[in-house]
Design a protein around this ligand. Structure first.
Ligand code: SF4
Ligand code: SF4
Length: 422
């Protein structure tokens, strides 16, 4: 696509990057076919090709309107279009530049700003969010339906392993997941423990910055990245941990992007690169390690565990491009995976999207749950806290993280499955 960027952006790093992305797009429209918002709304301006064109116009000097902002807001940043595009157009980077440019020129209404800022403030601070979750559960009946749906019932996390091991991996000291679904971190720690790996949480680490980044607060996201890097760096530099093991694919995608986020910060660029390279989703770490345990769990699983549907989050399959590993592992451990139509499509959670674009989000969830539940599985498994809570809010069957499923299966057969007792 030919471009003639406006003088104010042409010779900037963002301008150069946007120009190279725009030039790669041949305007073929293949990406529209896999775009969830284009499928729902049928409007070219709510598909990737139309969004690319709108961003191009703005970067070439056209004045954006509130409608332009809305079309960009409606994008889930699910990256389905990126993995579909035959020309390798990096839509994710372009929409980030486009959103920042449009937001700088189109002031949001006060109520909208307040909503977005309140979300960023409340959700990313565990000292505030965790008590709010507890109070919310006590007052569940009084909450608006939308909030109620996003608040899964409390369930026991189980014990945290006490053994220490020479092999160690860092776990993220996140914001939403420990408050909403503490069972996920505990299950991760138990499974790692069985493999002779100690899960370490650096006390000073915090929220990964994904929510700030999604809501356009880049400086705040960078500050969060620096804090986490400071917390993890001594352990990484001394070689005391093998990896940063991430069990929320949205956080993993963000931490893998720290290198890009801090690329212009001379004090942190090198460290951010190392941290990004050390971040691995559980789906990248565990399948190979766990295969050794799979034969020990050959006893048939009960119906309530055996038949499962797996929902691969967009941040796992499209952003991190990790595909098929979890499914293969589940089958090795005795799962019967049901077929799920349109597995490449977003469930509508997408960070804060479920709260900011609730109508579209609900429609996507309804479609996703129809597809996930069509073959009557006993349980839905996924890999990201946002998808898990969003789906659980309307599912007719239990929704769990796949690591919880593995932990449960291993616990059934504990004496044989635990290598420390071999
Ligand atoms: S982003 Fe890719 S798939 Fe979409 S219109 Fe451009 S070249 Fe075609
Ligand atoms: S990121 Fe997802 S919602 Fe946004 S344009 Fe691409 S496919 Fe559509």
């Amino acid at each position: 696509m030919q471009t003639h960027l406006a003088d104010w952006i042409r010779n900037t790093p963002n301008g150069a990057e946007a120009e190279s992305i725009l030039r790669a797009c041949v305007h073929c429209g293949f990406c529209n076919a896999t775009c969830p918002t284009y499928q729902l709304l049928g409007d070219e301006l709510d598909g990737p090709r139309g969004r690319i064109y709108q961003i191009k116009q703005v970067l070439e000097g056209a004045t954006p309107s509130a409608a332009t902002q809305l079309h960009l807001d409606r994008c889930l940043t699910c990256m389905n279009c990126e993995t579909t595009c035959p020309s390798g157009v990096r839509y994710g980077r372009l929409v980030e530049i486009g959103r920042a440019t449009v937001d700088a020129q189109v002031p949001r209404r006060f109520a909208q700003r307040l909503h977005r800022d309140a979300l960023r403030f409340a959700v990313t601070r565990r000292w505030l969010f965790a008590p709010a979750v507890r109070v919310g559960r006590l007052m569940r009946g009084l909450l608006p339906a939308r909030w109620r749906e996003m608040l899964p019932p409390a369930r026991a996390a189980g014990t945290w392993p006490r053994r220490t091991h020479a092999r160690k991996m860092l776990l993220l000291n996140g914001c939403v997941q420990p408050a909403l679904l503490p069972a996920v971190d505990a299950a991760t720690a138990r499974v790692l423990d069985r493999l002779g790996i100690e899960a370490v949480i650096a006390a000073d680490s915090r929220c990964c910055g994904a929510i700030d980044q999604h809501l356009g607060a880049t400086a705040r996201a960078q500050a969060r990245a620096r804090r986490n890097i400071d917390a993890w760096w001594p352990l990484l530099e001394r070689g005391e941990v093998e990896a940063i093991a991430i069990n929320a694919s949205g956080c993993g995608a963000t931490i893998k992007d720290y290198a890009h986020l801090l690329r212009d910060d001379p004090a942190y660029a090198h460290k951010a690169q190392r941290v990004s390279e050390s971040a691995r989703d559980l789906a990248e770490i565990l399948p190979e390690l766990l295969q050794a345990l799979a034969p020990h769990t050959s006893a048939p699983l009960p119906d309530a565990l055996r038949r499962v549907a797996f929902h691969p989050p967009c941040t796992l399959q499209h952003t991190q491009r990790v595909r098929g590993a979890v499914e293969t592992l589940l089958i090795a451990f005795g799962a019967e995976l049901v077929q799920v139509a349109d597995a490449h499509l977003c469930c509508g959670a997408a960070g804060t999207y479920a709260l900011l674009q609730s109508g579209l989000s609900s429609q996507l969830r309804t479609r996703k749950l129809e597809n996930l539940q069509r073959e009557t599985p006993a349980m839905i498994l996924s890999a990201n806290v946002g998808c898990l809570t969003h789906l659980e809010g309307a599912a007719a069957i239990p929704v769990r993280h796949w690591i919880e499923w593995i932990d449960t299966v291993l616990a059934r057969d504990s004496p044989r499955a635990d290598p420390s007792k071999a």
